[in-house]
Ligand binder design. Structure first.
Ligand code: KG4
Ligand code: ZN
Length: 336
């Protein structure tokens, strides 16, 4: 069976093909031009998806040695994401399915991330503990199977990636913030400034808004309106990154002490962070658990995870109606 996946929920357009169970193409085009606006501009994003999706499809088919009429299942991200951006990939995939009389599945983007560890040679073993850290979501989950997920915690305010992006803006480093903060942190002292980590009543929830405010206060108190001296930026970036990692590791470790799992998986855009990856390696060693962190090309938004998730849903008997609409937010009660 040959499966085509399309991802267009934010600022990456991606087309992937799984040919008879093997990933043969995962092409990703990142819209770098948003950096000059300090964040993603939805209308520009939709337009860029429109311009690139057909060339990407052609290249993915070529790389996979397939013709379009050899695709047996069409999958696209249904949400959550920017609605205008989602509509491009979603409608395109539905149109292809309709014209070729093939099944279509609208895939939940977060579920795509959750199962992205299965794209690696070493795969997660059920039940596994998953930490999803992306630009829009921070979720700690127990994944029991391909159709059962229990949510332990979520963020009560900002997502981890959002905190990286906002603090990067404060430090004048630009968008997307994660990679910039990671780079700056290399020359900084992570223990220099003790930014507070929120402690919440619900032990597995996260909060990053207070941390973001304390970085802002630190900047205002120490540098007033003069601007941050360049030599101070690495220490602030490293100390902030350290606080985020401590919060993520802290809740994950609490969950490991209270739930029996066979493996751990760290997924989503922020899972690209080298220090976070290293901290998870140490944590998994401490608890003697198998750890799966996707390669960098599967951490950020990609269509391989959408094609994979779509395949599993199809195998379980799901096919979506062509009347299905994309959704900007998480459906009610999902992961509750
Ligand atoms: O999963 P993703 O590509 O898109 C969403 O579904 O949101 O995640 C994007 C987020 C951005 O906030 C970006 O700053 C963050 O992932 N990110 C990182 C790194 N690379 C990307 N955060 C920390 N360190 C990184 N190296
Ligand atoms: Zn994502």
């Amino acid at each position: 069976m040959n499966v085509l996946g399309i991802e267009s929920s934010c600022d990456e357009t991606s087309v992937a093909i799984i040919r008879n169970g093997e990933l043969t193409a995962n092409l990703i085009s990142s819209q770098d031009f948003h950096s000059k606006y300090g964040g993603v501009v939805p209308e520009l994003s939709s337009r860029a998806h429109l311009q690139i999706v057909i060339p990407l499809l052609k290249d993915a088919l070529k790389e996979s040695g397939l013709e379009l009429n050899q695709i047996d299942l069409f999958c696209a991200t249904a949400g959550p994401g920017l609605i205008g951006a989602l509509l491009v990939g979603f409608t395109f995939a539905k149109g292809l399915a309709y014209s070729l009389k093939k099944p279509f599945i609208g895939v939940n983007h977060i579920e795509g991330h959750i199962y992205s560890g299965f794209l690696m040679k070493q795969k997660p073993e059920f039940p596994f503990l998953a930490l999803v850290v992306s630009g829009g979501h921070t979720l700690l989950l127990i994944v029991k199977s391909f159709n059962e997920i229990k949510r332990l915690g979520t963020t009560v305010d900002d997502a981890a990636g959002e905190a990286f992006d906002k603090v990067s803006k404060m430090l004048g480093l630009g968008y997307p913030g994660g990679p910039k903060i990671q780079e700056m942190s290399k020359n900084g002292n992570p223990e220099k400034i003790n930014f507070p980590i929120a402690s919440l009543d619900q032990p597995y929830n996260f909060s990053f808004s207070g941390l973001k405010t304390s970085v802002l206060r630190y900047i205002q108190k120490n540098f007033k309106h003069k601007g941050i001296p360049e030599k101070e930026i690495p220490d602030i970036a490293a100390s902030f990154q350290n606080a985020v990692i401590k919060a993520l590791i802290g809740n994950t470790e609490k969950a490991l002490q209270n739930y029996d799992v066979k493996s751990i998986s760290l997924v989503g855009g922020v899972a690209a962070n080298l220090e976070l990856r290293n901290s998870f390696i140490r944590l998994a060693e401490k608890y003697n658990l198998k750890l799966i962190i996707p390669g960098l090309e599967y951490c950020g938004d990609n269509a391989a995870m959408i094609a994979f998730r779509g395949t599993k849903l199809f195998e379980a008997g799901r096919v979506d109606s062509l009347n299905m609409s994309p959704y900007p937010g998480l459906p009610d009660k999902q992961f509750s």
